[in-house]
Design a protein around this ligand. Structure first.
Ligand SMILES: Cc1ncc(COP(=O)(O)O)c(C=O)c1O
Ligand SMILES: [Zn+2]
Length: 390
């Protein structure tokens, strides 16, 4: 980790030694990895990327492992950024793009966070991990743990998509189906970890998943030739991708690769679980636990995101917003995106289509704005959901 200088609490800025195992700061904040960006700037250039490997490890100088041989990779990242003319015409956007994360290993963007987190688990000598998950993070954790020879213990709500359950079992993980929400699964991991010797890989409770997710920000910048879009729609459950992209933009500016301009960051949630939308509308600095959370977009069923303060700050700093979409609208949008563009999206990603249409209609965005929708996973993971309505 020659380029890593320290870990730093994202809330209170307390510093931690990087070559040790950490979860949260005592204040409850997520730890961020900090790099010696001036030194990196002196030796790394955008041109060097022309010959870099075609996955997210092309950004190795700003990724956490000390030894390249620690890397556990299945070819994640560098997903297509697709210009969607027909969907654009249907939604009133002249310059609309979909970043299709469904093409990652295990068919979702969760592969990005897990390649870095499992890499660091291997580097730090961790033998057993445990994770609560709405489904896709579990599949990615199981895959990368298998590739690294690390034991994976997974806790998922019992109504998780079948594909995730079957995938995790086949990948050799120990799976517990829980009669409850992801928050109940998280409690079971927290209660069992000391006795079982598990490292807790929960969203934002370890420092390295954000590092993998931030590469979505590096990639969108690179794919647009270092000229960021005007708006980014991101389906927000735990919000790690949004937090990661925002960190990436900050690092890219310090590297001198982009300027100060930022996209409007737009958090898309489901009507049945919208803690961030509520908090944003109420001008609150943190969210309240969303009671009776329910939506078919499994990844958005996070009633109290741990990173709520960070997410809300990003929405405000970027002059973005937060918007909730109904389950019916989500499925209609999934069918529209599929039939107009050939992209079979996860419901979480499909929600962004309706969100964009609404924000264009009420003139929050201009028709000429360059807009990117993140499709965070493949619709193939959600066959029960789609088959119930086709
Ligand atoms: C397909 C999909 N999209 C979005 C999310 C939400 O991700 P984040 O925690 O980064 O907000 C998830 C989380 O499970 C997911 O599986
Ligand atoms: Zn702190």
């Amino acid at each position: 980790m020659p380029n890593v200088t320290r870990l730093e609490c994202s809330l209170c800025a307390r510093r931690f030694e990087p070559r040790q195992i950490h979860n949260l700061c005592p204040c409850g904040g997520t730890l961020f990895v900090r790099y010696d960006l001036p030194a990196i700037k002196a030796t790394w250039s955008r041109d060097a990327l022309r010959s870099a490997r075609p996955d997210l490890w092309r950004y190795l100088p700003v990724l956490p492992p000390q030894r390249p041989e620690s890397i556990v990779s299945l070819g994640e990242g560098m997903t297509p950024l697709v210009r969607t003319h027909r969907l654009g015409a249907a939604t009133g956007a002249q310059n609309l793009w979909v970043k299709d994360e469904g093409l990652n290993p295990t068919a979702s963007f969760k592969a990005r966070g897990m390649t870095t987190a499992i890499t660091m688990a291997r580097e730090l000598g961790i033998r057993k991990i445990a994770i609560p998950s709405a489904g896709n993070a579990a599949s990615a954790a199981a895959a990368y743990a298998a590739a690294a020879g690390i034991e994976a213990h997974i806790f998922m709500p019992k109504d998780v998509p079948q594909s995730n359950y079957i995938e995790c079992k086949t990948l050799g993980a120990t799976v517990t189906l829980v009669d409850g929400l992801i928050s109940d699964c998280a409690r079971m991991v927290a209660e069992g970890k000391d006795q079982e010797g598990w490292f807790d890989m929960s969203t934002l409770k370890e420092p390295y998943r954000v590092e993998g997710k931030k590469t979505m920000g590096y990639e969108v910048a690179e794919q647009f030739d270092w000229n960021l879009p005007d708006a980014i729609f991101y389906p927000t459950g735990g919000g790690v991708g949004m937090i990661g992209m925002w960190k990436a933009f900050d690092e890219l500016e310090q590297l001198g690769w982009i300027g100060a301009r930022r996209p409007k960051m737009i958090a898309v949630q489901a009507e049945g679980c919208q803690p961030i939308v509520r908090a944003f509308e109420q001008h609150a600095s943190r969210s309240e636990f969303f009671q009776n959370a329910s939506t078919l977009a499994a990844g958005l069923r996070v009633p109290k995101p741990l990173g709520d303060v960070l997410i809300l700050n990003i929405l405000r700093e970027s002059a973005g917003t937060a918007i909730a979409i109904s389950d019916e609208e989500i499925l209609d949008a999934g069918r529209e995106l599929a039939s107009l563009e050939g992209i079979f999206a996860a419901p979480e990603g499909a929600a962004c289509v309706t969100a964009a249409r609404k924000l264009l209609a009420d003139q929050f965005l201009k028709p000429t704005d360059r807009i990117v929708l993140y499709n965070t996973g493949s619709g193939l993971k959600y066959l029960e959901t789609y088959s119930a309505t086709t």
